[in-house]
Design a protein around this ligand. Structure first.
Ligand code: NAD
Ligand code: UDP
Length: 311
């Protein structure tokens, strides 16, 4: 049993992670400022005497005695992280400094939820961890991309300078129940539009690609990576390599929901990456992990979730 801090624990991925850590017998502190997360995501955990909920913003320092820290606090959808870009940078950078300081003081292991966005609009496909990326430092996605890149830098510098025990996970597009309905991401937008028989908004011509990982697979990988004692600190790509164009994805959602929705094409936001697919060879070799949830199966569970929310 470990004492585990999950920042961003009331968010989409964080809530599933808290649930899993509790089910494995750990003590869990869930820290969140509820910017994009919600108490509804973790309401079922309140009352468990190994679960503690703390309203806190990671740009302020935080004191607790813990063995492990999963640093997930950060808005993740483009709509949410662009809402207050300066705050996104503060959360990524000052938040990482605060959590690394805590890890250093407690001698805790810290896992940083980094992202495929560190590769920007990648010139190498599929993306491998040794690729340094192609990121616009001054665009509308930069607050997130550069914030997360700086957080990786901080992780490495605390490791080299202070011997902090770190793990850097580069998470690729993840989906599942408890995604925020209003987060503007492609999975939630398309499913909600299809369920309401409203137009499906494909940005650009829909030829850009993404690869989607079901949340339970991702949580498995995060826990395996955190508890892996091969001293492998990463970075490591975590995601599902099955790649789709956004247009194919729209058609699949219409099929799975039996929707009457029609596809409409809207302007592509600037700096939208044209292709994205993780090379997960390292995760397979080091963690002995590979995603197991079938895409249509995962989508059905997600569609069921949104159907209930809309009802
Ligand atoms: P989310 O928005 O659902 O969760 C983020 C949580 O962090 C929310 O509960 C939010 O309220 C909280 N938060 C935000 N700023 C905070 C602050 N300053 N202090 C305390 N709490 C704060 O997003 P998610 O999809 O669950 O993503 C979780 C993490 O994984 C993020 O760091 C994100 O960058 C990373 N990630 C997610 C994906 C994905 O596809 N979901 C892909 C790559 C990386
Ligand atoms: N997208 C879209 N329609 C939408 C929402 C998103 O076509 O209603 C596209 C978006 O332009 C991007 C892809 O879907 O190319 C994935 O977008 P998302 O916001 O989910 O995540 P990203 O991977 O871009 O951070």
């Amino acid at each position: 049993m470990k004492r585990v801090l999950v920042t961003g624990g009331a968010g989409f991925i964080g809530s599933h992670l808290c649930e899993r850590l509790l089910s494995e017998g750990n003590d869990v502190i869930c820290l969140d400022n509820y910017f994009t997360g919600s108490k509804d995501n973790i309401r079922h955990l309140i009352g468990n005497n190994r679960f503690e909920l703390v309203r806190h913003d990671i740009i302020k320092d935080f004191y607790a005695e813990v063995d492990q820290i999963y640093n997930l606090a950060c808005p993740a959808s483009p709509v949410h992280y662009q809402y207050n870009p300066i705050k996104t940078v503060k959360t990524s950078v000052i938040g990482a400094i605060n959590m690394l300081g805590l890890a250093k003081r407690c001698r805790a292991r810290i896992l940083q939820a980094s992202t495929s966005e560190v590769y920007g609009d990648p010139k190498i496909h599929p993306q491998i961890e040794t690729y340094w990326g192609n990121v616009n430092p001054i665009g509308i996605r930069s607050c997130y991309d550069e914030g997360k890149r700086c957080a990786e830098t901080l992780m490495m510098d605390y490791h080299r300078q202070n011997n902090v025990d770190i793990r850097i996970a580069r998470i690729f597009n993840t989906y599942g129940p408890r995604m925020a309905i209003n987060d503007g991401r492609v999975v939630s937008n398309f499913i909600v539009q299809a369920l309401k028989n409203e137009p499906i908004t494909v940005y650009g011509d829909g030829s850009q690609t993404r690869s989607f990982c079901y949340v339970s697979d991702l949580v498995d990988a995060l826990i395996k990576f955190m508890n892996n004692d091969k001293n492998f600190i990463g970075p490591i790509n975590l995601g599902n390599p099955r790649e789709f164009t956004i247009l194919q994805f729209a058609e699949l959602i219409i099929k799975l929901t039996n929707s009457n929705s029609k596809i409409v094409f809207e302007k592509l936001p600037s700096d939208d990456p044209t292709q994205r697919e993780p090379d997960i060879s390292i995760a397979k070799n080091i963690l002995n992990w590979t995603p197991t949830v079938d895409f249509e199966e995962g989508l059905k569970l997600t569609i069921d979730y949104f159907s209930k929310i809309i009802a």
